[in-house]
Design a protein around this ligand. Structure first.
Ligand SMILES: [Fe+2]
Ligand SMILES: [Fe+2]
Length: 209
């Protein structure tokens, strides 16, 4: 089974009102299964977001067993697969021109970040998910605080309050960090002849990468 098939079968196993709408958003109204997880960092290539989200779920499943966190599978799937929902529909594939180390012009593939729904990071993921399904408070806390103590907040002590309420936040935070650091790679940007850039400008068709 591909990662996409595993993600979809796990999400389909969740019986919650609105799940089919959420799955429709992931498969048909967003680039969830095509987008990268970042432009220059971890999983900076097509399908990177789904790969990263899946890695976080797998680590969270392990941590849940090892540390007896008491999270249900449903909560792990929702928190893990949706924690970076904020990254859907913001990365646009594009070609650019630059000079390489030999001072020759070259064309390279990258992404442009254009966020039409600027609502933050974890909080944006919560807001987007809740347009389709109702999350539990535990799921909201996990997604909202998955970036750990560095999560922007008007009062820094609120992270400690969130941890008190839901200690598993530390597990999704470390799962996120571990996935990005140890499981995922940063791929060099694909490079082409400058003619590819000009052809794309004319036709709008990106080369296969
Ligand atoms: Fe994130
Ligand atoms: Fe993440």
């Amino acid at each position: 089974m591909s990662i996409k098939q595993i993600i979809l079968s796990r999400l389909h196993s969740i019986e919650r009102e609105g799940m089919s709408d959420l799955i429709h958003f992931l498969t048909s109204e967003s680039d969830y299964f095509k987008a990268p997880a970042s432009i220059k960092g971890h999983c900076n290539y097509p399908h990177g977001l789904a790969i990263h989200s899946h890695n976080v779920v797998e680590l969270l499943l392990q941590k849940n067993n090892q540390y007896h966190l008491g999270l249900s599978k449903e909560t792990i799937y929702l928190a893990g697969y949706l924690h970076d929902l904020c990254k859907t529909n913001i990365f646009y594939p594009t070609l650019k021109i630059r000079y390489n180390h030999k001072n020759e012009k070259e064309c390279y593939f990258t992404y442009e970040c254009l966020d039409d729904v600027p609502l933050g990071h974890g909080e944006k993921s919560v807001i987007l998910a809740q347009q389709y399904i109702k999350l539990t408070l535990e799921e909201i806390l996990l997604i909202r605080w998955h970036t750990g103590p560095q999560t922007p907040c008007e009062n820094p002590y609120r992270y400690d309050q969130a941890l008190e309420k839901c200690p598993a936040i530390k597990a999704i935070f470390t799962a996120d960090e571990e996935a990005a650091t140890f499981l995922e790679t940063i791929k060099p940007t694909p490079v082409f002849q400058p003619s590819v850039f000009y052809a794309w400008k004319k036709t709008g068709v990106l080369p296969k990468i």
